[in-house]
Design a protein around this ligand. Structure first.
Ligand code: NAG
Ligand code: NAG
Length: 620
């Protein structure tokens, strides 16, 4: 073990001397990256421990270190590390006694942001089980699909979500799934109250031997990423990835005395890894919120002495859009971690709310590389360092957006873009940068692998993201291939919109894309939707839901009602066809609707209305 760490360090030192002449920035890079390097050493160190040291073992270390320290604050409740430990022990005992769940199995968590989400996850981790985190907004077919992807045999849900599980109970019974509800009462005889069982078991520690068979390549967490296909995919995070996340996230400046405000959903990487897992590493206090709320944000920060906040681009914009207050700068927030922050919002945020260190990063849930902005260059997601290139060989390659594939030369090889040019990020798949793929979906997994990139037989991870590197090695996120479009200067994530649309009870599936409107920049949102059997399209309900949950730029202005989802060919082709057909009723036989802000509902899109929109007399 020690020998290995020494070898790594000596190797790095030798490398350092060699490259010093060619890379004058080298030492400043090492300075910036020293925490990252220490983190790497820590990961290597832990990986050698037997029995295997998992993320949950770090939690147990924290419990031993500061049993009375606050782990979590949620609404009016406060949980110490010891209380959280005991509660998760009880859940683990109950699960073990009342289900067949054993190390190596998977259970799905279909829970809102609440303490039991974390306790149930800890319980599963203590048993050596993987957890599939299900988006609590998805319903019916998508929910079932996501659940099945993970191969879970146990589903844990909450009082408020059991109705959604009831909708899919028939196939769950068929698959012999064990459904537990964290409530005293269940709506169905096919569900069991976990609350009641938890009360009748001891809170004694779960022996580590129960998880001794778990290896680093085993799945730890499945995270559903809703793709363009409408059906989500389950990205697999291995134990190794979790361990790396633990160390890397702790290297970005969060410490044990920090108070971390977690408002993002725990079922996504941002909330789960950056909010929860990183706090387990550092031993910080978590202030958990059910949802992000603009009006409560700063009040909460002041009340709880929050020092670290998390963001996604939108949340920062919402905060900046509120009326200015005299006490805007009265808070203790010193660090903001997240991604998707646009340069102008960033500047405004800093001017308005004071000197907060912003750590912007780029990473995808399933990807095998990440970039961090260590330097403070507004607009960039990070800086490409020499070490980074060595450890994670990546390239930006030319991409043909029309044909939706990388450009290849006469020999069939991909072509690197020149400095300052935008290209598709591809990352060599290696031992250090593995790509695990999607659970139960070899097809989608293979699609993310790009072969014969620069040499016959080489394999790269296709990030699907377009990035740019400038002459000073700063790296900038530009766009997502296929998944996003821009409207009124804002990126619209189609997945986010389809998540919202699929919450409507009459919608079966929604496929979101952008269409061009004559005389307008960018593309405006359009949704091709299918209606559930026996249900009817309700233009008013749809309007209310969409305008309530989506920012104006992301609201689909046009709807196209399809009787079936086209399944032939790759989904991209289907989407491409829809984009090409646009919203002209003359060329489309299916019913079309238009979001009328005036009438506050979706109204049928007629030929005269189409003409008014196309000529600009009806403004969008
Ligand atoms: C926040 O800090 C102040 C001043 O140090 C302290 O009086 C207060 O109790 C703290 N509040 C919480 C919730 O920790
Ligand atoms: C990078 O971080 C610095 C300092 O935290 C910040 O000022 C800068 O705006 C960041 N750049 C980007 C593009 O996020």
């Amino acid at each position: 073990m020690l020998a290995q760490v020494c070898a790594v360090l000596c190797g790095l030192a030798a490398l350092a001397l060699l490259v010093r002449a060619r890379f004058p920035d080298f030492w400043s890079e090492v300075f910036y990256l020293k925490d990252l390097l220490l983190a790497l050493v820590r990961v290597l160190w832990r990986r050698r421990l037997r029995p295997p040291f998992l993320a949950v073992d770090r939690f147990e270390e924290q419990v031993a270190r500061q049993p009375g320290g606050t782990f979590l604050v949620f609404e009016r409740e406060t949980f110490s590390y010891s209380a959280a430990d005991r509660r998760s022990n009880r859940i683990a005992h109950a699960l073990r006694a009342h289900s067949a769940l054993r190390a190596g199995d998977t259970a799905a968590l279909f829970l809102p942001n609440e303490p039991d989400f974390l306790f149930a996850w800890l319980a599963l981790a203590k048993l050596g089980c993987a957890a599939a985190l299900l988006n609590d907004n998805i319903r019916s077919g998508s929910l079932l699909h996501c659940f099945r992807c993970s191969g879970a045999k146990v589903l844990i849900t909450s009082a408020e979500l059991q109705g959604a599980v009831q909708e899919i109970i028939a196939p769950l019974i068929e698959d012999e799934v064990c459904v537990f509800v964290l409530a005293a009462e269940c709506v169905s005889a096919h569900m069991q109250s976990l609350t009641e069982k938890v009360e009748n078991v001891p809170d004694s520690p779960i022996p580590r031997s129960l998880r001794a068979t778990v290896t680093f390549s085993d799945p730890a967490v499945y995270i559903c990423t809703s793709g363009t296909t409408g059906l989500p995919k389950a990205a697999v995070l291995s134990q190794n990835r979790l361990l790396a996340a633990l160390a890397v996230l702790a290297s970005i400046g969060v410490t044990g005395s920090d108070v971390v405000y977690v408002t993002l959903p725990l079922y996504h990487t941002a909330g789960f890894l950056v909010g929860f897992i990183a706090s387990v590493e550092t031993g910080s206090k978590i202030i958990l919120k059910r949802k992000f709320s603009v009006s409560q944000f700063w009040k909460d920060c002041r009340k709880h002495n929050v020092t670290v906040i998390q963001y996604i681009g939108e949340t920062m914009r919402y905060l900046c859009n509120t009326p200015k207050m005299e006490n805007d700068k009265e808070h203790r927030v010193r660090l903001a971690i997240g991604n998707g922050l646009r340069a102008d919002v960033w500047k405004e945020f800093l001017t308005r709310f004071g000197k907060i260190k912003v750590r912007e990063f780029y990473a995808s849930t399933e990807g095998n590389v990440g970039f961090f902005n260590y330097t403070g260059k507004i607009g960039a997601v990070g800086r490409v360092s020499f070490l980074h290139r060595k450890l994670f060989p990546f390239a930006l390659i030319k991409y043909d957006t029309e044909r939706d594939e990388p450009v290849r030369d006469a020999n069939g090889r991909c072509i690197k873009v020149s400095t300052g040019e935008t290209g598709l990020l591809v990352v060599k798949i290696t031992k250090l940068a593995p790509f695990v793929g999607y659970a139960g979906n070899p097809e989608q997994t293979e699609k993310k692998r790009l072969r014969d990139v620069f040499q016959p037989g080489d394999v790269y991870f296709n990030s699907g993201d377009l990035l740019k590197i400038d002459h000073n090695n700063f790296i900038y996120f530009q766009d997502r291939v296929g998944d996003t479009f821009r409207w009124k200067g804002e990126n619209v994530a189609t997945t986010e919109v389809s998540d919202i649309i699929s919450q409507l009870d009459f919608i079966k599936e929604g496929n979101i894309y952008g269409v061009q409107v004559p005389g307008q920049e960018g593309r405006v949102g359009m949704a091709a939707v299918t209606i559930k059997e026996g249900a009817e399209f309700d233009g008013t309900k749809m309007f209310n839901h969409i305008t309530k949950h989506l920012p104006s730029y992301a609201q689909p202005r046009f709807l196209r009602i399809q009787s079936t989802v086209e399944v032939t060919g790759t989904f991209k082709q289907v989407k491409k066809k829809l984009v090409e057909e646009g919203f002209d009723p003359a060329g489309i036989s299916e019913p079309l609707y238009f979001l009328s802000a005036q009438e506050r509902r979706y109204i049928p899109l007629t030929e005269p209305l189409y003409t008014s929109i196309a000529t600009g007399s009806v403004r969008l």
